[in-house]
Design a protein around this ligand. Sequence first.
Ligand code: TXA
Ligand code: MG
Length: 333
Amino acid sequence: MTADSTLDQSATTAAALIRAGKLVAFPTETVYGLGADATNTAAVEAIFKAKGRPPTNPLIVHVASFDALLQCVNFATSPDPDHIRNQLEALKSLWPGPLSVVVPKAAHISPAVSAGGSSVALRIPRHPLALQLLELAKCPVAAPSANPSTYISPTTAQHVREGLGNKVAHILDGGPCAVGIESTVVSLLEETPTILRPGAVTRDQLEAALGCPVASAVTHQEQSSAPLLSPGLMAKHYAPRTPVCLLPDFKGDGVRVARIGAIVFSKDTALPFKPVEMRFISERNNLHEVAANLFAALRELDALHLDQIVVETCEPVGLGAAIMDRLLRASAR
Ligand code: TXA
Ligand code: MG
């Protein structure tokens, strides 16, 4: 049997389980997802139960093609259907990829997906196994990250087994995720398209594709204490159990007795303390490598029951904005 036919076999099994209303974990280029048929309310509710996720936090729906994505949009309820259609056309070149768009929800998507709201987040993932699964399942697949609610997202099949192994019918193993942090979520419901969660598709890329300014709800949030546009913007999220401190904030109180782990980019980073464990996540000081390796390093150090994990930071620009967003959430108390 060739490697390809093994993949086919596994994706076929997983697709049949999705169609039967079961939960299947699958790889995407960002993180592993916990998938179910987005048109089946009982299956979608099982996702929330397995994760311990508040039912108020909506899920992202995954599809295999741009046509399938358009079918999940309710253009009729939009005040300007042509405008949304044009915006989606303008973003088409960024799919398959780490981008989710929030748009008016089509009626056949279960209300449980969108926490009862009228909008839905949609994306076409860029992973061959995910695309194969979505094509074979022939239905839109709702999938949050495949981790217990508020813990770090999984970037390997083993991470999924550790967190949710007994709660899923099948885990598709596609190796480590290439991007390593969750997709950019952009809302097209606002007059100005608004980033609800930064990710590997940057604000510059969105502005270039859309040909208009794009706002950032995260920055807005920090400045104005306005109501949350996206429940996923809660401060504490993606957090290990061990307290996380960002390197520039490290004060060194009590360090003589504490067992501290450090996550730094390369061996060039000087530390003002002696860690008991270290992880180097980018020898080349490259943000793509940092993103790809960050969650696995946080999980590894979290498993060691240290007193604190100290993490190197970067400029919050481009992909660095997404990395710093995750680090600020991981270190929020
Ligand atoms: O990369 C990803 O996006 C991964 C993979 C599996 O695709 N999925 C993921 O899903 O990270 P999850 O559920 O962990 O995060 C979804 C985020 C949350 O912050 C949620 O609040 C937001 O998207 N979201 C989903 N639907 C929304 C909606 N209709 N309006 C506003 N925010 C929404
Ligand atoms: Mg998540």
